[in-house]
Unconditional design. Structure first.
Length: 439
């Protein structure tokens, strides 16, 4: 034994035991869960602070580079205009001198040969001036503005034990990504989507960039070129899908719609999801001139059929489609080759097996010159072109209106999507947080 008669005195032995017990107590304290959590939070805050400083440093470097490029552009533009002005001044002076020589030759009745030479010089100078006036002068192109990534901000310190478990891990287990599109920069509402952040393996919020808004950790933002107008949000969704391809499916809804996470678990994730089959408006590709004429009449202007983003844009995009795209769409229209469906595109789901073709068709309808196709015409068309077989397309339970708020009276828990909810209405927010999201 440690305290045997042959080793230490009783007092010394007691002292050694006290030291051992104290060390064991301290070691035990260091291993307590609270201590570990506090250390984890401290490390996380330190990591976020370092990430923030790195992001600021990178932004400053980009800004310095942009300032340098702008200064070089300004110098090049100034030199360019100075040279043009000098050339025109020289030509103008030379033409005046030639004309003066011609006038002098005529006035003094000098030889015809001299007068002819002077006239030729004057005409040459005048042609030079005309040539300068006709030249399509192009200024040096300005440098592109830098694109900044919003840095992470320090989150308030909190105990990890306070974080609630996700409402469901169904979408994590099935590797389904979420994409929430903002066609209006109302990012102050984004914190309401907190439960969705934990529900998916990845969630991305996309829209027009707002440098005044710094998104909290876990809320990833993707900048759309067409963010605020909302003409072609499907193209922004396609860009997100192209950036994050390694998911089994991509679930999309607008910021003023709600996703029914309960009912979504009862639907087939291998099929395309969209709103009902009948749509809200029927168009005809063969009536472009008629629709354009209608677009000047407010009472007849519906669903943008006669706008430049309506049937005119569709007919341009149609030239860039494959035969298989067209034939599949005609099949869904019962063989009708000109019928178009206008329907909502505030929510849809694309399985991974359709991702590549969805991106391709989105580019056709969004990028075919001269303008993009309106989303609520393009998306119903694209989804039907993707569905080569009847079982590929699923019209999920949903509810949609253009007026009022959705609350329990219309948006029931057995629906996959609802649109729209007015987050400016406290009663709607209360319903969303207390009824729609919790178990």
């Amino acid at each position: 034994m440690l305290c045997s008669r042959n080793s230490l005195s009783a007092a010394a032995c007691a002292g050694v035991l006290l030291v051992i017990l104290a060390a064991a107590f301290v070691f035990q304290e260091e291993l307590k869960p609270e201590s570990l959590c506090a250390a984890h939070v401290d490390r996380r805050i330190l990591a976020l602070r370092e990430s923030h400083q790195r992001a600021i440093g990178a932004a400053n470097a980009k800004m310095a580079k942009a300032n340098k490029a702008y200064a070089e552009h300004l110098a090049a533009t100034t030199a360019f205009y100075e040279e043009v002005l000098a050339r025109m001044t020289r030509t103008y002076v030379e033409s005046l001198a030639a004309i003066s020589a011609l006038q002098a030759a005529i006035a003094t009745n000098s030889s015809l040969a001299g007068a002819t030479a002077a006239c030729s010089e004057a005409l040459s100078a005048i042609r030079t001036i005309q040539g300068l006036m006709k030249v399509n002068v192009s200024c040096p192109r300005p440098p592109a503005c830098p694109v900044f990534s919003a840095p992470q901000t320090l989150a308030p310190a909190f105990s990890p034990s306070e974080r609630k478990p996700p409402l469901t891990d169904y979408y994590i287990r099935n590797n389904v990504m979420a994409i929430v599109h903002f066609n209006s920069m109302r990012y102050q509402r984004i914190e309401l989507f907190g439960p969705y952040v934990d529900m998916f393996p990845k969630i991305v919020f996309c829209g027009e960039r707002d440098d005044s808004k710094v998104f909290p950790p876990g809320y990833e933002f993707f900048e759309c070129v067409d963010g605020s107008m909302g003409i072609a949000p499907y193209y922004c969704v396609a860009q997100v899908m192209e950036t994050y391809p390694n998911f089994t499916g991509h679930m999309h809804w607008h910021f003023d719609a709600v996703f029914g996470w309960r009912a979504g678990q009862t639907q087939n994730l291998s099929r395309l999801w969209m709103a009902g089959p009948d749509g809200f408006s029927i168009g005809d590709r063969a009536k472009e001139a008629e629709y354009v004429a209608w677009s000047t009449n407010a009472s007849l202007r519906f669903w943008a059929w006669g706008d430049t983003v309506g049937i005119p844009a569709v007919n341009v995009a149609w030239k860039y489609l494959t035969d298989a795209d067209r034939e599949t769409y005609y099949k869904w229209q019962g063989g009708n080759t000109t019928k178009m469906i206008g329907s909502i595109e505030d929510y849809f789901y694309v399985p991974g097996r359709f991702r590549t073709d969805f991106i391709r068709l989105s580019k056709v309808f969004a990028l075919a010159p001269p303008v993009e196709t309106f989303g609520e015409i393009a998306v119903p068309t694209i989804m039907r072109m993707l569905a080569r077989h009847d079982e590929d397309l699923l019209f999920v339970p949903e509810w949609h209106t253009f007026l009022g708020d959705y609350m329990s009276s219309n948006c029931t828990l057995d629906l996959v999507f609802c649109h729209y909810i007015n987050y400016r209405n406290p009663e709607s927010v209360n319903w969303f947080t207390k009824t729609w999201l919790p178990r």
